[in-house]
Design a protein around this ligand. Structure first.
Ligand SMILES: [Zn+2]
Length: 127
């Protein structure tokens, strides 16, 4: 199994290249992420767009894992911690999504993530 560098999904059947498609974020590697910019920047933009559109499961062919949660997936892949590197406007949108759907805001600007059943998933502190 391989991990998607865009969304952190860790059950890719093929490496993230040569037109493999991530069922979680929909990135088609070698196509969606081609361009003149450094690959890490392209992936960051794809991630930001995916989040901006609600971080929804993209594949209609491959089902999402049980209790799938995009924020948990990003936390596990250490991608959520790179969120402060994204521009402020995108950051605000991300935090709005996090606040409204998946967590609650603590006074010290850390976010607690809970699964739909209430179980603790993880915590993200914004510096
Ligand atoms: Zn992905």
């Amino acid at each position: 199994m391989y991990r998607c560098p865009v969304c952190g999904y860790d059950r890719l059947r093929k490496p993230a290249k040569e037109f493999a498609i991530c069922p979680s974020c929909g990135t088609e590697f070698g196509y969606s992420d081609s361009g003149p910019d450094p690959i890490s920047e392209i992936h960051e933009h794809l991630r930001a767009n995916w989040i901006k559109n609600g971080a929804k499961w993209q594949s209609s062919v491959v089902s999402s894992p049980p209790y799938w949660n995009p924020w948990e997936q990003m936390l596990k892949a250490h991608l959520a911690l790179s969120l402060p590197d994204i521009e402020r406007a995108k950051m605000t949108e991300i935090l709005n999504i996090v606040n409204s759907d998946f967590g609650f805001r603590e006074p010290n600007k850390s976010f607690v993530f809970r699964a739909p059943n209430g179980n603790f998933v993880g915590e993200l502190t914004i510096a």
